[in-house]
Design a binder for this molecule. Structure first.
Ligand SMILES: Cc1ncc(C[n+]2csc(CCOP(=O)(O)OP(=O)(O)O)c2C)c(N)n1
Ligand SMILES: CC(=O)[C@@H](O)[C@H](O)COP(=O)(O)O
Ligand SMILES: [Mg+2]
Length: 634
């Protein structure tokens, strides 16, 4: 039996000696590469926290000492040592283990949102709860250098530092990377603190040697330690954290178990808020990840476990189409600038950044700042394009509403990963944007159905100078072009076989609508399939089309509450159009991880389900004069 197989919980780690721990780290790294290369996942981040996670579980007593992982993508080792080794064969698969902490999986998991920069706020709250309840023990938060660029971290640090008696241990996992190198003044500060890890290790070894030396050993170490302070202050002004009222320990070598445990023990015995600054390497121990220039295998698909090469050929995605289109726009419009929140690669902004470096800004994991900075750029006469994942727009809603829309500023927000994303689960599905955007006065929202309409709608968006414009598309390969039969106002008619049903498909679901229409026509139901292209403001032409049909059905890859369907229903009421409308959307709940198609199917968003539901409504409403085939293909 391997050492790894002997680990069923943190207690097993506490019994191991240095040699066993070193071997266990090797076994865990081999396990991670073996498993994650088959399923895909956050290989790089987790290879970087092997020693750190073991040290945390040896020094602290989870779950009495809750360990909160910021973002949670780096919690695989935590899962391995808390009894979930067997879950990795179905990591991020439908019905399998989550790729993030999951409260339903383990008492050791505290929070499961994958939205960054929240761990310190959880820690603040947990520590206050312990204090009020008279509970003993520590609260530990593991936060990456990237997550530290998020504003919530500084709101939390301000509060954590307010009480010197609450034992909060903040472990900064500093690998110098978000995806790409972490940016900004804070990152520069951390890197100034991030002396060669050996620097601290030498000191640690110096300490133990000196402390064994009788008489002058201890005073000498104290002097050396003071000197270290002096040296680091001279080389690296660590005062920032200590001026905040936070004790600072580090930087320590995040791959040296003894040094880590010594630092964590010191932090544990401190009894108040303390920062342990651990220097780690993303992808540690797997050369293809360590040397992966773009993002050190932050998130991989299925890869070769030896070479690290992608196994599945990549296809042209919506992101690729946007990426190329924005460079073209950038060539024509010198006022167009681009902003990313630490995700220039995944959102497709790399080519624009290379072509127009002076017109590209990476603001760190700071979506709120991104939107208000964009408002400033627009007031200053430029046209910003802010590319974020749809789910992370939630964080910047007020900025879009009050800093952009209120001031009628021309800012374009591009929402990648809109709709069901898949393996990243509930906190990543981009199912909120159409509901929250619908409340913004004057907002323009487009949902392209194919590459051609994405290019067209991006150009239309950057031409809007007096209001926010938003474009949303999913995490998927872009499908075939879906040409329109005609354009009525801004609405594209994709198919017309009768006026029984007006089937309105939003964005990338156009193909699904055409397939559903074929199934309905096979039953004698005449269908008009349309793509509104711009879902907000609501098209008057669409309302008029509805009036000439017997049933309106909308299909959208977004939350049903406040979605496009409910907005169209309101528009029909306002226009006294008394045609029944039924809306097919994602049920307003948190949806677990799985492949995008699997989750959509669970939500009834397939051509078969749409056709079946339309026939059922037609039968119930008796609005269509056709005999409904009760045996419609499921
Ligand atoms: C609010 C928010 N914005 C963006 C992301 C996407 N994201 C996931 S992990 C990550 C980088 C995190 O960097 P860091 O905190 O340093 O952790 P590391 O991966 O280096 O361990 C980003 C930007 C997110 N999860 N949440
Ligand atoms: C943890 C996080 O927020 C991202 O790394 C997320 O995993 C994005 O994955 P994709 O880029 O594959 O959608
Ligand atoms: Mg990092």
């Amino acid at each position: 039996m391997t050492l790894l197989e002997s680990v069923h919980g943190p207690a097993d780690l506490k019994r191991m000696d240095e040699a066993q721990l070193s071997q266990l780290c090797e076994e865990i790294r081999r396990f991670l590469v073996d498993k994650v290369s088959k399923t895909g996942g956050h290989l790089g981040p987790n290879l970087g926290v092997v020693e750190l996670t073991l040290a945390l579980h040896r020094v602290f007593d989870s779950p009495q000492d809750p360990i909160v992982f910021d973002t949670g993508h780096q919690s695989y080792v935590h899962k391995i040592v808390t009894g979930r080794r067997d879950g990795f064969d179905r990591l991020r698969k439908q019905g399998g283990m989550s790729g993030y902490p999951s409260r339903s999986e383990s008492e050791h998991d505290v929070q499961e949102s994958s939205h960054a920069s929240t761990a310190l706020s959880y820690a603040d709250g947990l520590a206050k709860a312990k204090q009020i309840n008279g509970a003993h023990g520590h609260v530990v938060a593991v936060v990456g250098d990237g997550a530290l660029t998020g504003g919530m971290c500084w709101e939390a640090l301000n509060n954590i530092a307010a009480d010197k008696t609450r034992p909060v241990v903040i472990v900064v996992n500093d690998n110098g990377r978000s995806y790409s190198p972490t940016i900004g003044g804070l990152a520069d500060h951390l890197s100034s603190l991030r002396l060669r890890p050996g620097y601290e290790r030498v000191l640690e070894k110096g300490k133990s040697a000196l402390q064994q030396t009788p008489f002058f050993g201890k005073p000498l170490y104290a002097a050396l330690h003071a000197a270290k302070r002096g040296i680091k202050d001279a080389l690296a002004p660590q005062a920032m954290f200590e001026d905040l009222g936070l004790k600072y320990i580090g930087p320590v070598d995040g791959h040296d178990m003894a040094t880590l445990e010594s630092a964590l023990q010191r932090a544990k015995s401190f009894g108040g808020p303390v920062i342990v600054h651990a220097v780690t390497r993303k992808g540690m121990g797997f050369a293809p990840a360590e040397n992966h220039e773009a993002d050190q295998m932050h998130a991989t698909g299925v890869i070769d476990p030896i070479t690290g090469e992608d196994v599945k050929p990549s296809s042209r995605t919506w992101t690729h189409v946007f990426s190329d289109a924005l460079v073209d726009v950038g060539r024509e419009r010198s006022d167009v600038v681009a902003i990313t929140a630490a995700m220039q690669g995944p959102t497709g902004l790399d080519p624009f950044a290379k072509a127009f470096p002076e017109r590209f800004f990476d603001v760190g994991i700071a979506e709120q700042h991104a939107l208000t900075s964009a408002a400033g750029l627009a007031i200053g006469g430029l046209h910003p394009v802010v590319a974020v994942y749809a789910t992370f727009l939630n964080r910047a809603f007020d900025q879009l509403l009050m800093d952009v829309a209120l001031h009628k500023q021309g800012v374009t927000v591009v929402l990648d990963r809109a709709g069901v994303t898949g393996p990243d689960g509930a906190s990543h599905h981009g199912m909120w944007d159409m509901s929250i955007l619908g409340v913004i006065p004057g907002v323009h929202v487009a949902a392209p159905r194919d590459a051609g309409t994405l290019v067209e709608e991006l150009r239309e968006a950057v031409a809007i100078s007096d209001a926010p414009s938003v474009i949303r598309y999913p995490k998927a390969s872009v499908g075939p072009d879906l040409p329109a039969l005609e354009r009525v106002g801004s609405v594209d008619v994709l198919r017309r076989s009768g006026s029984d049903v007006l089937l309105v498909t939003v964005g990338a679901l156009g193909g699904l609508g055409l397939e559903a229409a074929q199934r309905l026509e096979d039953q004698g139901i005449g269908v008009t399939v349309v793509d509104p292209r711009w879902i907000y403001p609501m098209s008057v032409d669409l309302v008029e089309m509805a009036a000439s049909h017997k049933l309106v059905v909308t299909v959208e890859d977004g939350g049903r509450h406040g979605g496009f369907g409910s907005s169209l229903a309101a528009a029909l009421r306002d226009a006294d159009v008394e045609v029944p409308l039924r809306d097919i959307a994602l049920p307003q709940q948190f949806h677990d991880h799985g492949e995008r198609g699997e989750v959509l199917a669970l939500c009834g968003i397939t051509a078969q389900d749409v056709a079946r539901r339309v026939t059922e409504w037609a039968a119930r409403l008796e609005c269509l004069p056709v005999e409904i085939d009760e045996h419609v293909e499921k």
